[in-house]
Design a protein around this ligand. Sequence first.
Ligand code: SF4
Length: 242
Amino acid sequence: MDLHNLIIETTRRCNMKCDHCLRGPAQDIAMTQEVITPFFRDVDSIDVLTFTGGEPSLPSGVMAMNLILDTIVDKSIMIQSFFIATNGKRWSNAFVKFIYRIYSYCEENDTSGIKISGDQFHSTHRNERNEFQDKLYSTLQYDYDIENLNIWTDNTLMSDNRILYMGNAIDNGIGQQPINTRDFRVGMFEDQIQVRGDVYLSSDGHVINHCDYSYDDIAYDEDALICKVVDFTNENMRRRAK
Ligand code: SF4
């Protein structure tokens, strides 16, 4: 099975409590091997692998990313490029080491990157975040010999119509209704299954058709669910092929 855009929720722990967070309050859940193994059973390639959370730079996120990459390497799954979204609040050598690992494994790093959130909801630690970005650049460059990885802080202000009405945003009375942009679809090329659009793997083992869902939606919205992780097989996806 070939996946176009795979997004993995590494952990639901977070070191921030943003007013607009579409996920909702942090939870004490992180990705485990029990979810990783069945998900990757029939996966052959991934165009873009994104790590998100919660906050992937926390120890539980870094541990999950390493477990995921171990499985990918073990199964020789091809990855074109990777993307990590972080709040840039916490520095750790383990996080940088993981970036080096995934960078070294990907085939096409021109489009790989690390995005640091810098909108008004993440502005409480601007100095730490700037230090994080500078240190990340220099550590990757001088300690790991990586010079061309895209690392940027997204300072775009989130206007009310860009904030999804989900999770903490509902509790705080901000944001607009979510726009339905699900485009998950399955096709065949010769005998190979091609999954297009987003596939989102949650840390509690749900395979979802878009990355923009709250933890409550992931658990209860039937329109969001592709399948439980144990059912993410070639056989089941072939039945959905058009
Ligand atoms: S938006 Fe990101 S950093 Fe902020 S609370 Fe949600 S997961 Fe944490």
